[in-house]
Design a binder for this molecule. Structure first.
Ligand code: FES
Length: 141
């Protein structure tokens, strides 16, 4: 389980990891402004949404930022990829499992490093979400 951290004025839930079924950390501090557009998860100011140590190398976690569930994967140490955690098939939330993201509703599987479909019924990839790595911090972009 990921330890609770102050993530500054964000409501954040973290779970998943390489094979982890569930864990939860909640930090609820204040309010936030809405996302800008598209798949952006950011407010006007980039904010830490995780640290590299929160994300297993070769695995992924799901975080909630501004009410949107986002997958953060770390295919190589220090490289973070981010995708919407909403399955493009019918909207269920995918779950990290090792190097994949599995949809519990109808069995679609996605590559956690690319968001690409490994197995349907989903026919489109998980949409990419912009994040940046600043030192050990994963920041909304
Ligand atoms: S909602 Fe994900 S496979 Fe159907």
């Amino acid at each position: 389980m990921t330890p609770a951290r102050n993530l500054s004025r964000r409501s954040v839930i973290v779970w998943g990891g390489a094979g982890a079924a569930a864990a939860a950390t909640v930090a609820l501090v204040g309010c936030s402004t809405g996302p800008r557009s598209g798949n952006a998860v950011a407010n006007d100011t980039p904010t830490e949404i995780a640290t590299l140590s929160d994300i297993p190398v070769g695995g992924s976690i799901v975080v909630m930022v501004n009410g949107k569930q986002i997958v953060l994967s770390q295919p190589e140490s220090g490289t973070v990829k981010a995708f919407s955690a909403v399955c493009p098939h019918q909207g269920c939330i995918v779950a990290p499992k090792d190097k994949e993201l599995n949809c519990p509703c109808h069995g679609s599987r996605f590559d956690a490093s690319t968001g690409g479909v490994l197995e349907g019924p989903a026919t489109s990839a998980l949409p990419a979400v912009a994040v940046t790595v600043n030192g050990a911090s994963v920041m909304s972009a």
